[in-house]
Design a protein around this ligand. Sequence first.
Ligand code: ADE
Length: 354
Amino acid sequence: MAIISDDNDFQKQDLKQKNPIIKTESIEYDKTFENSIRPKSFDDYIGQSALKETLKISIEAAKMREKPLDHLLFYGPPGLGKTTLAGVIAEQMGAEIKITSAPALERPRDIIGILMSLKGGEILFIDEIHRLNKVAEEILYPAMEDFFLDMTTGKSQTVKTLRVPLPKFTLIGATTKAGELSGPLRDRFGIIYRLQFYSIEELAAVIKRTASILDIKITEEGAKAIARRSRGTPRIANRLVKRVSDFALIKFDGVITDEVANYSLDILNIDEFGLDTTDRALLNLIIEKYDGGPVGIETIAAALSEDVRTLEDVCEPYLLQAGLLQRTPRGRKVSPEGYRHLGKKIENMQQTLF
Ligand code: ADE
C-alpha cells in the first residue's frame, strides 16, 4: 500500500525543528490577536504553576530519552490557556504542532489524513476532543497506543486488516467536558490535568504582559481592576485590556488607571464580579420566574434564547466557581450569595434538600 510512512521512528532531528502553528479549522474568537500575545516559554506562561512544574520534568525526561512526550489531556472551562500551553510545550520540545478540533475530524479520512501527515516527534492538538465521533475514536486508539493505523481493505468475505505504522507523536487533547470523554479514550492519556481559574494577581500579571506587548500604558491598580472583572480567565482579561485601552485613549489621557478601568467596565456592563448581561439575566430569570430554582438548563436556555452549550460551557463554570449558582440533580439554583450580588431579597427562595 502506498500510504506506509518511512518516517516510522522518532527522529532526533525532528525535535529540533521550530514550530509554525498550523490551524486546520477557524474558531470564532480573535485568533490573530490571541496568537500575537501567546507566551512561548514556561517563564512567560503565567499561572497553572503545579502543572508547569510537572510538565517541565516530563519534557526534560522525554528529551533525555529522545522519546516523544506522553499523550496529555487538558480540561477545564474555555479561555484558561489550554491551546496556549500546548504551544509552549511544542516550543519547549522543539517540535512542530498541528492544531485542529474534533468537529473538523468528522469523516474517517479527516483523522487518517492528519495522522498520516504527522512527522516523528510532532504534536497533534485536538480541541473539544469530547466531540470526536466513535469511528474517529477507534482510529485513534491504536494510533495513540502503538503508533499504528488499522486499515481495512476489500469487501465482506475478502476483507483484510492492515497495520500501517505511524511516526511516534504526542496527542494533546483539550476539553471543557472531561466527563463526556469515553473511558477508553481517557485511559490512553498519560497525563490528565484540570486547568484552574486564575487568581487576581495572576490575571494582573497576564494583563501587564499583554499591555506591554501592545504598548498600552497601565498602572498596577488599573491591571488589578481589570483582573477583578475577568472571571478568573486570561482570555477575558486580554480582551478587556484592549477594550479599556480604547476608553483610556479617547476619554482619558491614554493610561489605564483604576478609575479608567472601572469607568470603562461599568459602561461595558461588566460588573464587579465580572458578570456580563447574560450572566445577570440567567441569575435574574431563576430568581424572578422560578423562585430561585431549581430549574432545568433547557428551560433557562429557552427563556434566554441562548444555546444550552453556551450556558454550560461559558456562563456556568464561573457562576458555579464564584458560588453564585448551584447545580442540583433537579436543576440550577441561585445561591444566597447570588441573591446578594443582584441586590435581591431571599424571601421566595425554595428550601430544597437536593
Ligand atoms: N495569555 C493567555 N494565557 C496566558 C498565560 N497563562 N500567561 C500569559 N499570557 C497568557
